[in-house]
Design a protein around this ligand. Sequence first.
Ligand code: HEM
Ligand SMILES: [Cu+2]
Length: 584
Amino acid sequence: MTETAFVDEYPEESRVIRAAFLGSFLALALGAFFGIVQALHRTDILRIFSSVDYYTILTAHGVFLVISFTIFFLVGVFTWATVRSLGRPVEDIRFTWLWYGLMSLGITITGLTILLGFVGSIDISADVLFTFYAPLQAHPLFYAGLVVFIIGTWLAGADWFRSWFAWRKENPDERIPLQTFMVLTTMLMWYIATTGIAVAVLAFLLPWSLGIVDTVNPLLTRTLFWFFGHPIVYFWLMPAYLLWYTVLPKISGGRLFSDPLARVVFVLFLLLSTPVGIHHQYLDPGIAEGFKFIAMTNTMFLLLPSLLTAFTVVASMEYGARQRGGTGLFGWLRALPWRDPAFTGMALAGLMFAAAGFSGMINAGMNINYLVHNTMWVPGHFHLTVGTAVTLTFMAGTYWLWPQISGKQLYSRPIALLQVVLWFVGMALMANAMHVQGLLGIPRRTAEPQYAGFEFETVFGSVAELNLQIAIGGTLLFVSTVLFLGNVVLTMGNPRADGVGETLPPALSGPDDAPQVLDNLALWTGIAIVLVVLAYALPLASIVTDRGLFGLGGRAFPVLLELGSGLLPAGLGDSAVALAEAIR
Ligand code: HEM
Ligand SMILES: [Cu+2]
């Protein structure tokens, strides 16, 4: 029996989903290019840009990958998941194109302001990194583009909610289909999280870069950024989770182990993602230790949904393997479809995510965080999470999904298999070396991590060897990206074929086993908001009463250097002040 492919049933929706994926892959291409550039630059192996441009490169790498690549892929997957699981087209495809258009317009504006940083003759730049808080300041268009982009994502969410309302009217007594449930809870989290960044940008950063207000309170913009900056990591992860819960069991040869557990996990993420952002600010002065400690405890609770996921997904895979004839305590592992790139990619992504959980625990612990903060350890950690768990799952997911939204067979499965393995190996090398460099105290975000006359002490091996690991790993990753993109492009050239449709089997323990209260989205949203208020009201109040909404005034650069100049010998102090004036 051949299934009708998604594209045959929903041709209009498939077109938007393909457009979203293509936007995502364009960002991936740009991001990977800047990734290899900076990996080779900071290891001093190949330098094709001046070190002065390093922040431009780093900003482009960060923004293109963690804002455009991830979120465009997400809106594609979520549109597919909602339409598929509700079994109905979107209510109005023009609205769907509207949000897609807004997102594309917004990110194009933001992306251009970053890239124009390379053009000396034009006075537009946005070297503010993807964590764009003060005191770094971008051209107003950078923030304006982000605003348009985020409004686009809000409307995308509205589109899915609209589908759900319409479906609900016709099916008043049914449980929310699992994939739609995942989409809706994730979007509720996103609405809560983005209020922080909307306030930061609209009330402070944008007016400041337009010159309407003279100063901002950097700690306030940092706190508002991380209010959003932590939950965004779950925004990246949730579409990967959606694929792990609903697609991975199927391609393993089985079914999801438990639908109710999956729902619990998504509700927990809705509740717990936002009230923890202060764990990125353990080293920020101006926030009391007590608030940091509360953020740490809340963070540790987030382990629960991750462990539940590990359990459910592995149990589903094992069930699949046993369906395929696997036996024994571990022997079933051999019965898994390792030749299928979609399976292998997702399985390897999940494995890396487990490693990331360990370095994440270290980040979360307040006192150990002091050791690794702002070192290479941190990029090491998130190249395992968003850089592999998410990215590799999206790549693997594409191999499974693209045929169904385009009606075309994948161009090459062997290349796809090689690609996912290369990503795994490349990341194992790069991220491992990054973690170790971090422990040696090697800083992140710098073109020149080696200071003149200073040696980093290693217990065994050498810094040169770690740099080589980063360079080799980074190169493998870049090659892997090229193989991925090439495979997709060649697939697009394939003729339309029949028999690419797939169905997703129901869970072993279905939605009827889940307590009804899980589907009460209003209740969970209410609790989530209460938790956010509990976690943030007092810290925000104290930040504002301490330093004022717009800070204490004064500019960062001259103030620091003038302070320093008093400590320096007379001549040197004067030149420091002159330098400060020049920079200003
Ligand atoms: C082609 C593969 C990649 C390579 C070679 C690469 C390399 C690097 C390197 C060396 C850094 C550290 C730069 C520094 O701190 O000085 C970095 C930072 C970063 N990477 Fe990647 N990366 C790759 C893929 C990815 C992916 C897939 C993601 C996310 C989806 C990602 C997200 C980031 C982010 C957010 C930063 C931090 C930017 C900042 O500090 O503002 N990277 N990358
Ligand atoms: Cu966090």
